[in-house]
Design a protein around this ligand. Structure first.
Ligand SMILES: NC(=O)c1ccc[n+]([C@@H]2O[C@H](COP(=O)([O-])OP(=O)(O)OC[C@H]3O[C@@H](n4cnc5c(N)ncnc54)[C@H](O)[C@@H]3O)[C@@H](O)[C@H]2O)c1
Length: 345
C-alpha cells in the first residue's frame, strides 16, 4: 500500500473549506493533519467540521509541532510567495491556489524556491481536471476540430468575492480572481501563448454593493491575439444575477466545440404554461466543479506518492498572471498591450 500523504491546510476560508471537504471525504491517499488559519473562529470551525487534530495561527507554528509532507495553500494572493517559500524551505510539497502571485517576480521566486528544494508545485487550475475540459483538450489535441482559430471563454459568478479579492491592489482584481481560469484555459486549448490583449471594463453594481475601491469593475471583456495567430475573448461578470456560468467555445479550421452547460441538470420541468420550461442552473463554483476540485487534489497526492510532476505547473500559473497584468494595464491605459511589455521576453 502507498504511504498516506500528510497534509497541512493553510487558509480555511471559502476554498480552504472546499478543499478540506474534498480531501477528507474523497481522497484516501491523503490525510489532513493540521490546519493553519489566522482567524481563530474560522480555524476552530474548520478543525471541528473536518476532524482535524491540530490547528495553528501560523505555518511557522505548525512546522514546529507537526510532521507533514505537503501544504495546500488557500490564503489571499499577497501571502502566496512568503507561505510557499517557507513551506519549500522546510521540504513540503505545495498545492497553491490561483492566482499564483501578484506579479511575475513573485511567480519566479516561487518556482525557484520549489526547484531549489526539490519539492513539487501544483497550481489550483481545477478546470484542467474537470472531466469535460479534459476530454475537450484531448479531442482538440487529436485534431478533431482542426487547428484552433478562435476561443471564447467565460466565467460569470453570482457572489462577490471577499474585499481583498476584488481590490486591484491586493489581488489584481476580478481579471485575476474570477478569470484566472479563463487565462489558463485559453492558453491550454489554443496551444499557444498570448501575444496581445485589449480590455474594456464596466461597473454596473459597485455602488449598490457599497464598493468604492479604486478602479473596481464587475464586467470585463478581453480581446486576445495569440502567438499562433488565433483570436480569443475572455468574459467576466461578477456578481451576475443568474448563477454560476463557465462555458467555452472553440472554433477550429474543421469544426466547433462547446464545453460546459448553463443548466446544472438535464431535467426540464413545466408546471405552468405562463412560466414556461424550468431547468436547474449551476448555482456556485463548488457545485459546478465539485469533481474537478477532488480530481486535482487526488492528482497532487498521487504525484507526491509516485514522485511525478504535477499537471498545472508554475509556468502555467505565471502565464495566467502575465495575462492578468497585461489585461489590467490595457484597461487602465485604454490601449492594447503586448505581452512582451509584461514579460520583457
Ligand atoms: N480554484 C478556484 O476555483 C478558486 C475559487 C475562489 C478562490 N480561489 C483562490 O483561493 C484563494 C483563497 O480564496 P478564498 O475565496 O478562500 O478567500 P477567503 O478570504 O475566503 O479565505 C482566505 C483565508 O485565509 C486566511 N488567511 C489570510 N492570511 C493568512 C495567513 N497568513 N495564514 C493563515 N491564514 C491566512 C483568512 O483569514 C481567510 O480565512 C485565493 O488565492 C483565491 O484566488 C480559487
Amino acid at each position: 500500500m502507498k504511504t498516506q500523504i500528510r497534509i497541512c491546510m493553510v487558509g480555511a476560508g471559502r476554498v480552504g473549506k472546499n478543499h478540506s471537504r474534498a480531501i477528507s471525504q474523497h481522497i484516501a491517499g491523503g490525510r489532513i493533519v493540521a490546519v493553519v488559519e489566522s482567524v481563530a473562529q474560522v480555524r476552530d470551525e474548520t478543525a471541528r467540521e473536518f476532524g482535524i487534530e491540530n490547528q495553528f495561527e501560523t505555518l511557522e507554528a505548525a512546522l514546529q509541532k507537526v510532521d507533514f509532507d505537503a501544504v495546500v495553500i488557500t490564503t489571499p494572493t499577497p501571502t502566496h510567495l512568503p507561505i510557499s517559500a517557507l513551506a519549500a524551505e522546510n521540504k513540503k510539497h505545495i498545492f497553491l491556489e490561483k492566482p499564483m502571485a501578484l506579479n511575475l517576480h513573485e511567480c519566479d521566486a516561487i518556482m525557484q524556491v520549489t526547484q531549489q528544494n526539490s519539492v513539487l508545485l501544483q497550481l489550483g487550475f481545477m478546470r484542467r481536471f474537470d472531466p469535460e475540459f479534459v476530454e475537450a483538450a484531448k479531442r482538440i489535441a487529436g485534431g478533431e476540430i482542426g487547428q484552433p482559430m478562435m476561443i471564447k471563454t467565460n466565467t460569470h459568478g453570482p457572489g462577490l468575492p471577499p474585499p481583498w479579492a476584488r481590490d486591484l491592489r491586493t489581488s489584481n482584481g476580478m481579471l485575476a480572481e474570477v478569470n484566472s481560469h479563463d487565462w489558463d484555459t485559453a492558453r491550454w486549448f489554443m496551444g499557444s501563448n498570448l501575444e496581445r490583449v485589449y480590455t474594456e471594463v464596466a461597473n454596473f453594481k459597485g455602488a449598490a454593493n457599497n464598493i468604492d475601491t479604486p478602479n473596481f469593475y464587475d464586467n470585463v471583456l478581453v480581446n486576445i491575439k495569440f502567438e499562433s495567430g488565433g483570436l480569443g475573448l475572455i468574459s467576466g461578470v461578477c456578481p451576475c444575477g443568474y448563477g454560476y456560468d463557465a462555458r467555452v467555445e472553440i472554433i477550429g479550421e474543421k469544426g466547433i466545440m462547446q464545453i460546459g452547460e448553463l443548466q446544472g441538470q438535464s431535467i426540464v420541468v413545466c408546471t405552468n404554461r405562463d412560466q414556461g420550461l424550468i431547468s436547474p442552473i449551476f448555482r456556485t463554483w463548488p457545485e459546478r466543479f465539485e469533481w474537478a476540485y477532488i480530481n486535482e487534489l487526488a492528482h497532487f497526492v498521487e504525484c507526491i506518492q509516485n514522485q511525478t510532476t504535477p499537471r498545472a505547473t508554475g509556468m502555467d500559473g505565471r502565464w495566467a498572471v502575465a495575462g492578468v497584468l497585461a489585461g489590467t494595464k490595457s484597461f487602465l491605459e485604454q490601449r492594447p498591450v503586448n505581452l512582451k511589455e509584461i514579460t520583457g521576453e
